[in-house]
Design a binder for this molecule. Structure first.
Ligand code: SF4
Length: 379
């Protein structure tokens, strides 16, 4: 057995044959049904019994394999419900998953999310094996900017701190002063301005997050023109249509949405803040203006709330499936690595963020402030 707990295929037997045999052995038995009963209770509002007969054997096999390999699965809020409720050991937003990665004592981390998240886990846990089930799980924000871009920005704005959204590559994080997520961006921007003794901060790469943060703080924001391809598609006209069709629904929007959407919503916050809103306020009817799986996952814990579902799918998040998570645990592919020199500098930026006191409740965007126009300087 290899040092990381993965058994190489026997000589002459390709890994694919072993994988095919493991998949062929999966069956929906009474034992599997019993083992997965808890997860079924959470997802039965959004998954059909027929689909469950396919998901449950994979869920049971993945959960057994995790124990064998000393592995944990970090599952983002945008994973499908069978992943989120079936095999996720830690579930949440980027900030929560980064904290869990740092705390985990498992030998192997499987990132049920996109590539930048797996890189963040590797940066925080350089001695662990970090696996991602599909290397193509990217992100439009992460691919909007490179380390070379950040070096040029720093030349143009000497002495101004660079705050980087976690939705970036390790190479970009390595060039920056501190990371943030949508849950703590305002807090981090104000911290950076105070530490550097300046009134301006560079906040990259999400233009809309930067514009929404600018409306929450006295600190002036310099922004990059990256966009999340899921959230940029929502418009104020969509919100008006939702209000006309479902007049009683409370509308919650993610701060990666355009400012006009945030202004028109009833509440704005990170996925953790939306989750907290639904679970504590228990609205009768709610619309989550974000990635589609978010509503399906919160619904498992909010049986009294009706979820209206105009939403957009993230094609990158949807590359992760139970099938490729199982295959990853069987084969050990695909392992994520970050060059040591990049990793050390990126860790500093991520760790600075983690070391800030966590918000008492997930930070929400003040919509009264959000309606006052405050511009950003675009790079
Ligand atoms: S939802 Fe947007 S920010 Fe999140 S991974 Fe997909 S493209 Fe990137």
């Amino acid at each position: 057995m290899a040092a990381d707990g993965f058994t190489p295929p026997p000589l002459g037997a390709p890994a694919d044959a072993r994988v095919a045999a493991a998949f062929a052995a999966l069956a929906f038995t009474p034992e599997v049904e019993a083992e997965t009963a808890g997860a079924w209770e959470k997802v039965k509002g959004v998954v059909t019994p027929l689909e469950w007969r396919l998901h449950a054997p994979l869920i049971a096999a993945i959960n057994r394999l995790k124990v064998e390999k000393n592995a944990v699965i970090l599952a983002h809020n945008y994973m499908t419900p069978e992943i989120f409720h079936g095999v996720g050991d830690y579930v949440g937003d980027s900030l929560g998953l980064a904290r869990e990665a740092a705390r985990s004592d498992a030998a192997v981390i499987v990132q049920a999310g996109v590539h930048f998240m797996a890189e963040t886990s590797k940066v925080l846990c350089p001695d662990k094996t970090v696996l991602i089930p599909d290397l193509r799980a990217g992100c439009s924000l992460a691919s909007s900017i490179t380390g070379a871009d950040v070096r040029l920005i720093k030349q143009r704005y000497p002495g101004i701190p660079v705050v980087t959204y976690v939705n970036t590559t390790a190479e970009v994080k390595a060039e920056t002063d501190i990371c943030c997520t949508s849950a703590n961006a305002v807090q981090v921007v104000e911290w950076a301005a105070a530490q550097w003794g300046v009134d301006r901060v560079i906040l990259i790469p999400d233009e809309y997050l930067a514009r929404n943060v600018a409306r929450q703080t006295e600190v002036k924001i310099i922004a990059w023109q990256g966009r999340c391809e899921v959230h940029e598609r929502f418009t104020a006209a969509d919100i008006a249509e939702i209000r006309a069709s479902w007049p009683g629904a409370e509308i919650l929007a993610h701060p990666e949405c355009p400012t006009e959407v945030i202004e028109a919503a009833d509440f704005a916050g990170s996925t953790a803040a939306m989750n907290d809103y639904v679970l504590t306020r228990k609205p009768k009817q709610v619309v989550l203006i974000t990635e589609c799986s978010m509503a399906d996952n919160v619904a498992g814990d909010a049986p009294d709330t009706e979820f209206v579902r105009p939403c957009n799918l993230c094609p990158h998040m949807k590359r992760i499936s139970l099938e490729n998570i199982y295959e990853t645990l069987l084969t050990g592919r695909y392992e994520v690595s970050v060059p040591a020199e990049v990793s050390e500098r990126a860790r500093l930026a991520v760790q600075r963020m983690i070391d800030l006191p966590p918000p008492r409740v997930p930070a929400r965007y003040d919509l009264v402030k959000a309606r006052h126009h405050v511009d950003v300087e675009l790079i």
